[in-house]
Ligand binder design. Structure first.
Ligand SMILES: [Zn+2]
Length: 111
């Protein structure tokens, strides 16, 4: 996906969560992050399944919504709700996906 595609995902997810949307940028970084000004997504996401790319953008959007960072229960609740908008279900190991399902089908190519 390109930057505009990610921006659309972040905009729609933010709207559904009732939070302000912020600009997305794609950079050559190890991990994504959200701060007050930007959602930064790593360039290496290109190599993974599109549904995983959506998951990643939604995850960072939820961080922005629950700024400052953390993976507490309310974060996970909002992430579940936001992922459901995209027909994605998550099984977590701590904060991160052990498995992801899109439309009930397991997504294979995830980190
Ligand atoms: Zn996180």
């Amino acid at each position: 996906m390109n930057r505009e595609d990610y921006q659309t995902i972040v905009d729609l997810t933010s709207e559904a969560l009732g939070i302000l949307s912020i600009p997305v940028r794609i950079k050559n970084v190890r991990a994504g992050r959200a701060n007050k000004n930007y959602i930064t997504l790593p360039k290496w996401l290109d190599h993974y399944d599109e549904q995983y790319q959506i998951y990643y953008a939604v995850h960072e959007t939820c961080h922005y919504g629950y700024y400052p960072k953390g993976h507490n229960l309310s974060f996970k609740t909002s992430e579940d709700k936001a992922l459901a908008l995209w027909d994605i279900k998550i099984e977590r190991h701590k904060a991160y996906p052990k498995a992801l399902y899109a439309n009930g089908k397991r997504i294979e190519n995830i980190l």
